[in-house]
Design a protein around this ligand. Structure first.
Ligand code: BV8
Length: 236
């Protein structure tokens, strides 16, 4: 293993072959709704019922039995485990995705920088709770026992992503940065590879389509093929 400190960033593309729509394809989620309507605090304030419906629909889809981790998720869990056996090595998986497919594959050193579909948050106390049912305006939080305080635990546009200190610390120390299945449209995630490169890391992009970003290496194809092959190369 030539690398001691690896940061991996994933986006919607890694979950595409598991059956979860990406955002910017012709039939992507955003196409059914304008970003401003469903993924901003303003959109939620203006029409909380629509926004709850948008996330309830995605949560129910995620919980259906035919949505499962694919070989790419599983390969990243293998990589994390292999690194954990090497003294002094570090691994962090940063995902922009709000699904739980990385956890279900066994990934543990994991940050959901844009939140999690299976969590809700009280807007009064900021406490988070697991959720597997539909969320609505009548639901009471367990902390305040009031209806109307709960929102999806999702980072909307204009809101600060989660765990940025931990992410930036890992980027400053890594010697390999791998971006998987992201179009590089959304900041600050889209700028992570430059932070890693400035810290001296090698940067690799594994994606279906070209994104126009300037990584040291680009490999194009489906994640379920690219990621297991890439991880096998690292581990041999
Ligand atoms: C922030 C949760 C600062 C929601 C998401 C101008 C105006 C206003 C704002 C901005 C602006 N310019 C920049 C900004 C900031 C803004 C931003 O970047 N906007 C963009 C649109 C320009 N960013 C923010 O607002 C962020 N916050 O900046 O805060 C701040 C500072 C101080 C104090 C307060 C605040 C917050 C952004 C978070 C938004 N929330 N998600 C939800 O999920 O419902 S982002 C959303 O996009 C998802 O998380 C998604 O993951 C993410 C990125 O998209 P991708 O994952 O890349 O998905 P996409 O479909 O685009 O691409 C898929 C890729 O996969 C493609 O390239 C495709 O080729 C590939 N692919 C497809 N199939 C496969 C595959 N690859 C491999 N195999 C396959 N099979």
């Amino acid at each position: 293993m030539p690398y001691r400190s690896i940061v991996v960033l994933t986006g919607a593309g890694i979950s595409a072959e598991s059956g979860i729509q990406t955002f910017r394809t012709a039939d992507g989620l955003w196409e059914n709704h304008r970003i401003e309507e469903v993924a901003t605090p303003e959109g939620f304030a203006a029409n909380p019922v629509l926004v709850h419906q948008f996330y309830n629909q995605r949560r129910q889809q995620l919980l259906s039995p035919d949505i499962r981790p694919n070989a790419a998720h599983q390969a990243l869990a293998r990589l994390e485990h292999a690194l954990s056996l090497i003294e002094g090595s570090e691994f962090l998986l940063v995902t922009q995705n709000v699904d739980n497919l990385h956890e279900r594959s066994g990934s543990r050193q994991l940050v959901h920088m844009h939140g999690e579909l299976l969590k809700m948050r009280c807007m009064e106390t900021n406490l988070c709770f697991d959720i597997r049912h539909d969320l609505g305006l009548d639901d009471c939080c367990r902390c305040c026992r009031q209806p109307g305080n709960l929102r999806p635990h999702i980072v909307w546009f204009g809101e600060m992503p989660l765990d940025m200190f931990r992410i930036e610390k890992a980027l400053a120390r890594c010697d390999l940065f791998v971006s998987i299945g992201t179009s590089g449209n959304v900041y600050p995630a889209a700028g992570f590879y430059q932070l890693a490169s400035n810290a001296g890391a090698r940067t690799v992009e594994l994606n279906l389509d070209e994104t126009g970003s300037s990584f040291d290496e680009h490999r194009y194809g489906p994640a379920s093929q690219l990621v297991p092959a890439f991880v096998s190369e690292l581990l041999t």
